[in-house]
Write a protein that binds this ligand. Structure first.
Ligand SMILES: [Zn+2]
Length: 180
């Protein structure tokens, strides 16, 4: 299997699984696009306030924007966890994500240094969420399916994630029963 297909699959699986984990809607996930892009996760429908300027100030909006940024971070962080450490490869997939999440961070904060701190906080928050033992195996399972099939519907991604989680819980309880 070519390294870049696997790397692209983990990147897109990271976005998709993070969206699933945060219960945000998304469309299909694919690595079957041009080499320059590497892959995409189609975002779900935008909320009604999306184009308001300034954005309304309330907890729902803040949560939504945080989730969008976390979903944005998750692609690169999945590749890092896979062991991709080549900065050029990481930056290639991340360039568009970074533009988008930096824009969101700018909208949610009052100065460039606050925006930078906010982005860094959300990077760490995403890493903690994504690398959890009940989340990371979902990324691996979705990435494997992406390498095999190229494109997955959101429904398929959700089925893979819930199936993986159920298997993990079953294994966990089998272990607990054995030791008690
Ligand atoms: Zn991405």
């Amino acid at each position: 299997m070519p390294v870049d297909a696997r790397s692209a699959a983990y990147h897109e699986a990271g976005h998709a699984v993070m969206a699933w984990h945060l219960r945000r809607s998304f469309g299909r996930v694919t690595i079957a696009v041009s080499e320059a892009v590497g892959g995409t996760v189609t975002p779900g429908p935008e909320p009604s306030w999306w184009y308001d300027d300034p954005l309304p100030s309330n907890a729902n909006v803040e949560r939504y924007m945080r989730d969008r940024i976390m979903i944005g971070w998750a692609g690169r962080l999945a590749q890092e966890r896979l062991g991709i450490d080549d900065e050029a490869t990481l930056d290639e997939g991340f360039a568009y994500d970074l533009r988008t999440i930096a824009l969101h961070a700018g909208e949610m904060t009052g100065s460039p240094d606050e925006a930078e701190a906010y982005l860094e906080w959300l990077r760490l928050r995403t890493r903690n969420a994504l690398y959890q033992p009940i989340v990371w195996p979902c990324v691996e399972a979705v990435a494997d399916a992406l390498v095999e099939r190229g494109t997955l519907s959101a429904r398929t991604v959700r089925a893979i994630c819930t199936g993986t989680r159920e298997r993990l819980f079953a294994e966990h309880y089998a272990r607990v029963r054995k030791t008690s």
